[in-house]
Design a protein around this ligand. Structure first.
Ligand code: PMP
Length: 354
């Protein structure tokens, strides 16, 4: 039986994507060859890469606006340092909203001065800092749109006249935004896009080439752009599967359509968290993430009962991250509304038992 998979990442993808990807592993486009045994320079794979890059720009509404899409390797974690390598000449600003922002900030410090413009560390990152000031003279400002571990999400983005960089690993393609306010977006594939192994980078070309240091080829966005994201062997399976997910999203009606479904899922779960006395939310209400909902039992003695109930209901992956404890239900694009319904039913049953 298919589980209700609330895993934070790698995570659920559409069933039809799993099916098509597995078919291509056996026989790619009727070629008699597997997707993972053909040359990445073959016409069929070059088309896949092109399609994936174009779909990413199309879905984000960034076609023809000076942006390039790349499918790189090394995870979002490599982008923490690639961003700084390519953009940090003297100083950069970072908004510290959680574990991943902190890691990005730490890597950037290897390349120049880093100013933490705001931080919510004082309350274990359960809110998004607001009202912070952005100093003059920054090379860029770095934000994390969704904090996967703590379950917070930026609802508003500061207006700045310097390049705006955003780690969107855990909410890319999940909600409508004016993506043209960002100059560089990066996201590990393994949440809303595909399997682990590739990272989408969308970058406005005119922000590149401004630092004085020499950049090793593999870490240089310009090199990857000049080779159409094929400077070296790309993660063929991860790129193909990401392309399938982007196609699925386009056929569904794009980001506008999925946003509506994501809103319904989040509302259903958060209203249960708020109305059911057995549970309490972790993140501040106004900053709650529509992707990752973090919550706790109000009485930890109920843990064994709750854990048995959700496992019995076929639910997977709702244990919280060790730095927060409690529970985290990740509701990425491919998670059906019905799965959230199953979780909410289990939570209501807990109320009857509690
Ligand atoms: N940023 C965010 C917001 C994340 O959620 C994660 C992974 N969970 C990362 C960065 C790191 O990604 P990767 O494991 O692909 O390096």
């Amino acid at each position: 039986m298919k589980k209700h998979n609330f895993s934070a990442g790698p995570c659920i993808l559409p069933q039809e994507v799993f099916l098509k990807a597995s078919e291509a592993v056996m026989d790619f486009n009727g070629s008699g060859l597997s997707l993972i045994e053909v040359s990445h320079r073959s016409k069929d794979f070059v088309e896949v890469m092109e399609k994936a890059r174009n779909l990413a720009l199309e879905l984000l509404g960034l076609e023809g606006k000076g942006y390039k899409a790349l499918f790189l390797q090394g995870g979002a974690s490599l982008e923490f340092l690639m961003v700084a390598y390519n953009l940090l000449e003297t100083k950069a600003g970072y908004l510290n909203t959680g574990t991943w922002s902190s890691k990005a900030l730490k890597e950037a410090r290897l390349f120049g001065e880093v100013i933490e413009v705001g931080s919510s560390k004082d309350e274990n990152f359960n809110y998004i800092p607001k009202g912070y000031t952005i100093p003059n003279g920054l090379d860029y400002l770095h934000l994390t749109s969704n904090n996967t571990i703590f379950g917070t999400q930026l609802k508003k983005f500061p207006k700045v006249d310097i390049p705006l960089v955003c780690d969107m690993s855990s909410d890319i393609f999940s909600r409508q935004l004016d993506f043209s306010q960002f100059d560089l977006i990066y996201a590990g594939a393994q949440k809303n896009m595909g399997p682990a192994g590739t990272t989408l980078v969308v970058v406005k070309e005119d922000i590149l080439g401004k630092v004085s240091r020499e950049i090793p080829s593999m870490l240089d966005y310009k090199v990857h752009i000049s080779k159409d994201s094929m400077f070296n062997t790309p993660a063929v399976f991860a790129v193909y599967t990401s392309m399938l997910t982007l196609e699925w999203l386009k056929n569904l009606g794009g980001i506008a359509a999925i946003e509506e479904i994501n809103e319904k899922k989040a509302q259903l779960l958060y209203s249960e968290i708020d109305l059911n006395p057995v549970f309490e939310g972790f993140a501040k209400k106004e900053d709650r993430s529509n992707m990752n909902a973090t919550f706790n039992l109000t009485d930890s003695k109920l843990k064994d009962t709750f854990d048995a109930l959700w496992k019995e209901a076929g639910i997977n992956g709702i244990n919280g991250h060790r730095s927060v404890g409690g529970y985290r239900a990740s509701m990425y694009n491919a998670l059906p509304l019905e799965s959230v319904g199953v979780l909410v039913d289990v939570m209501s049953e807990m109320e009857r038992k509690g």
